[in-house]
Design a binder for this molecule. Structure first.
Ligand code: PLP
Length: 344
C-alpha cells in the first residue's frame, strides 16, 4: 500500500515484508493441513510484534501534529506499550505508559523493557488504564508538553489501516509459493489487526477466511468493534484519498452489513480470562517451539495457536489444505510467565 501517496505520513519502524514460512513438523504433529507462519513477530522494533506496523502510521500522525510526548495504555505486560515506548524513543519523543493495576515491584518481561526504554510509567490502581488517558494527557499539557494519545493496542483507524499491508504481503507470498490458503488464524484483543486484515482481504481479493481468536472474553463486542474500526478506517480513507482505484473502491463501497459478514471471531480459547494461561495454549506453545524452533506466548499467540491446533485435530481441514498462522509477537511476556512455562 502506498500510504504516502494516499496522504498519510508514515515512519519506517517495521522490517517488512516479514517472512512467510512453512511449518511442516508442526503440521505433522497436529495431524493437520499444511501450516504456514507469517512472521510478524519479526518486525524488529524492540523485539518485534504486530504493533510495529500500526505504529508506522500512528507515529506518522504524531509527527505531523508536532507533538513531543506519546501516551498509551495497556496491561503491565503490554507488548503494545513496550513497542510504543521504543518507537517514541527512536523518534526523539517522550513515552508515557499508563498500565493497569498496582506496581508489581518486579520489572519482568515487557515491564522490564519499558523500564530500559526509560518510559514514564503510571499504574492505574483500581481504575482501568484506558480511563486514565484523558487525565494523563491533561497532566502532560499542564507541565508544558504536547501529547499524542494512542488508544489501547494502537487500534484506531490508523492502526487498522496499517494491517491492510500485511494481507497484501500474504497474498503475494502465497502466490509466489502457489498456495491457496483456506484460513488465517490471528490473536485478537483490541481487534485493529483483525480489522486491517479483513479490509486487506477485500482489497486484494484473498479467498481465505480470517479467524480471529479472542484473547479476552466478549466475542460479540469484539465483532462489533471490528466493524466499527473498519467503518472509521474507511471514513479516514475517503477523507484523504480524492480518487481511488477499482480495488479500493470495492472496499469503500461496502455496506456495514457486508463488512459484518466478513468478521469471524470466537472466544473459545480465552479460558479464565485475559493474560491467564490455558492448558491448550501452553501445549501449543511447547509444540511449536519443539517442532519448529519458533517461540510464542501465553497471552496472545499461544491461545490463537491453540485454536488452530483444535481445528486441525477436529479434522476441519484435509492434509492438502493450507492455513496460515499470523505470528503477532508477544514473546517478551514469556519471561514474566517463567514459573508456569518452566513446568514442563
Ligand atoms: C502479541 C500480540 N498479538 C496479538 C495482539 C492483538 O492485536 P489487536 O489488539 O490488534 O487485536 C496483540 C495486542 O496487543 C499482541 O501484543
Amino acid at each position: 500500500m502506498d500510504f504516502e501517496k494516499m496522504g498519510f505520513r508514515r515512519v519506517k519502524l517495521a522490517e517488512t515484508p516479514t517472512p512467510f514460512e512453512e511449518a511442516p513438523r508442526f503440521s505433522k504433529a497436529v495431524g493437520g493441513p499444511r501450516i504456514f507462519l507469517k512472521r510478524d513477530d519479526a518486525t524488529g522494533l524492540a523485539l518485534g510484534g504486530n504493533k510495529a506496523r500500526k505504529l508506522e502510521l500512528l507515529m506518522g500522525e504524531a509527527l505531523e501534529l508536532g507533538v513531543d510526548t506519546v501516551i498509551t495504555c495497556g496491561g503491565p505486560q503490554s507488548n503494545h506499550a513496550r513497542m510504543t515506548a521504543a518507537a517514541a524513543r527512536k523518534l526523539g519523543l517522550h513515552p508515557v505508559l499508563v498500565l493497569d493495576g498496582d506496581d508489581p515491584g518486579k520489572r519482568e518481561g515487557n515491564l522490564l523493557l519499558d523500564h530500559l526504554l526509560g518510559a514514564e510509567i503510571i499504574f492505574s490502581g483500581h481504575r482501568s488504564s484506558g480511563d486514565l488517558l484523558d487525565e494523563v494527557k491533561d497532566m502532560v499539557i499542564a507541565r508544558g508538553g504536547k501529547p499524542y494519545v494512542i488508544p489501547l493496542g494502537g487500534s484506531n483507524a490508523f492502526g487498522a489501516l496499517a494491517y491492510i499491508e500485511c494481507m497484501e504481503e500474504i497474498v503475494g507470498q502465497c502466490k509466489s509459493l502457489g498456495v491457496l490458503p483456506k484460513a488465517l488464524y490471528v490473536a485478537s484483543g483490541s481487534v485493529g489487526t483483525l480489522a486491517g486484515l479483513i479490509m486487506g482481504k477485500v482489497i486484494f481479493g484473498a479467498g481465505l477466511t480470517i479467524k480471529g481468536k479472542a484473547v479476552s472474553p466478549g466475542a460479540e463486542a469484539k465483532a462489533q468493534r471490528t466493524v466499527q474500526l473498519m467503518t472509521e478506517a474507511l471514513s479516514l480513507l475517503r477523507s484523504r484519498v480524492p480518487s481511488v482505484g477499482a480495488d479500493l473502491a470495492r472496499l469503500l463501497n461496502m455496506s456495514v452489513e457486508s463488512l459484518s459478514e466478513l468478521v469471524d471471531i470466537d472466544d473459545r480459547q480465552v479460558g479464565e480470562g485475559y493474560a491467564i494461561p490455558t492448558e491448550a495454549g501452553l501445549e501449543a506453545i511447547r509444540l511449536l517451539a519443539r517442532t519448529e524452533g519458533v517461540l510464542t506466548d501465553p497471552v496472545y499467540t499461544g491461545k490463537a495457536l491453540a485454536g488452530l491446533v483444535k481445528d486441525a485435530r477436529d479434522g476441519l481441514y484435509s492434509r492438502d489444505d493450507a492455513v496460515i498462522f499470523l505470528h503477532t509477537g508477544g514473546v517478551p511476556s514469556d519471561f514474566a510467565f517463567h514459573e508456569i512455562l518452566s513446568r514442563q
